[in-house]
Design a protein around this ligand. Structure first.
Ligand code: GDP
Ligand code: MN
Length: 361
């Protein structure tokens, strides 16, 4: 039953979300958090930041994913943090388990080597399932089907500036596909064969490599290309992402061709689009491939570089790194941000080689 609120004159649905009260155009978007029950309080801290700095005014829904059922305390706790719609979903077993072609004995041996070498998360199986899930499955979840855009939020992150505009609509209006805040160097030991696998994929499917790609982000030597250049280990830190779900659902990354002559297309492609191709290599388990370099390679190679956006104005922290906008007049003197510009991590700007230094604005 719809009621009219006497004070505002708005029609009130049975459950009133800010989304329903916000008369402005909004994107088809949601916050997405993969999180464990044990991370409830850290998740609430993240939400407190996101809601205060942005979402209180915009009312985008939250979607929580977990390979286990969320417990009541988690559900009650996170619901208290937002007036927006909240959805909880359990990840299907096949998205969080070993594929049939993985030799689990070999995987265990490789994990042990990493433990002996002191590699962070080197012995963890769950970390590997998490990275594989974030690489190939989050965007396929039934609860995310209705959405076109996502904003990834991890427990324990912080936002230090007011976000006074809608980043989703910004992405839409400017035809952006992938947005990030921090770039850094990957730990080589965890991705030893990922670059070579990506090169092989590009040789098999050259049509997916955009002619105006961001190879200069991945390879320092400007005279080299994907096939002969060394990866400089740069990648987008994926614990923050604002992006298009449809990009991950695209043919290059995920889907087999739906062309009428798919029977022939499939012979050529054999269902080996980028994620599947990587998954069959086994590196998520035999090494410890992260979703950050996997997403980064796809974004930097399959997209024209103009479609990747540096949200330098969103001051974000995930331990131990943070960014903070440099322009004091625009961001600091007016009380918009609480961070200190000198604490910004990315002051040498690996992405600037591609898109210029945004802080000069
Ligand atoms: P780090 O940022 O690389 O140190 O890794 P995190 O521990 O923060 O994990 C990355 C994301 O995946 C976070 O959002 C975690 O809450 C989530 N995550 C990691 N492991 C698991 C897991 O076993 N189950 C679930 N449900 N979430 C996980
Ligand atoms: Mn984290």
């Amino acid at each position: 039953v719809l009621e009219v609120d006497e004070r505002t004159g708005y029609t009130m649905p049975p459950e009133v979300y800010p989304a329903a009260l916000n008369p402005f155009k909004r994107a088809n978007a949601a916050f997405v958090a993969l999180v464990r029950n044990s991370e409830r309080e850290a998740m609430r801290d993240s939400m407190r930041n996101v809601e205060a700095r942005f979402n209180k005014k915009f009312g985008y829904p939250w979607v929580f994913l977990n390979e286990e059922p969320f417990d009541e305390a988690f559900k009650v706790g996170v619901r208290k943090m937002t007036r927006s719609q909240v959805t909880f979903a359990q990840i299907p077993k096949q998205h969080w388990s070993y594929p049939s072609w993985i030799n689990q004995t070999h995987a265990a041996e490789e994990r042990q080597k990493m433990v002996d070498e002191g590699v962070i998360y080197g012995g963890s199986e769950s970390y590997r399932h998490m990275c594989r899930f974030n690489s190939g499955f989050f965007y396929q979840q039934e609860v995310l089907k209705p959405y076109q855009w996502y904003w990834r939020v991890e427990p324990g992150v912080e936002y230090f500036c007011d976000i006074d505009y809608d980043p989703f609509l910004f992405m839409e209006a400017n035809k952006k596909v992938y947005g990030f805040t921090i770039v850094l160097y990957e730990y080589l030991r965890t991705v030893e064969t990922l670059w070579e696998a990506t090169r092989e994929f590009a040789r098999l499917h050259p049509q997916y490599i955009d002619p105006d790609n961001a190879i200069n982000f991945l390879v320092d030597d400007k005279s080299k290309d994907l096939q002969n250049g060394d990866w400089n280990l740069c990648h987008f830190w994926s614990n923050f992402e604002i992006g298009s779900l449809d990009f991950w659902r695209s043919e290059a990354y995920q889907e087999a061709s739906r062309a009428p002559r798919a029977i022939f297309a499939d012979l050529a492609l054999s269902g080996r689009q980028y994620f599947k191709f990587l998954d069959e290599k086994g590196g998520f388990f035999y090494e410890r491939w992260g979703d950050a370099p996997v997403h980064s390679f796809a974004a930097a190679l399959f997209l024209p570089k103009e479609k990747i956006h540096n949200f330098y104005d969103i001051s974000y922290r995930h331990n131990p790194y943070q960014t903070c906008p440099q322009n004091r007049k625009l961001f600091h003197d007016n009380g918009k941000c609480e961070c200190y510009p000198e604490n910004s991590f990315d002051l040498d700007g690996q992405w600037w080689r591609v898109a210029g230094n945004p802080h000069e604005l």
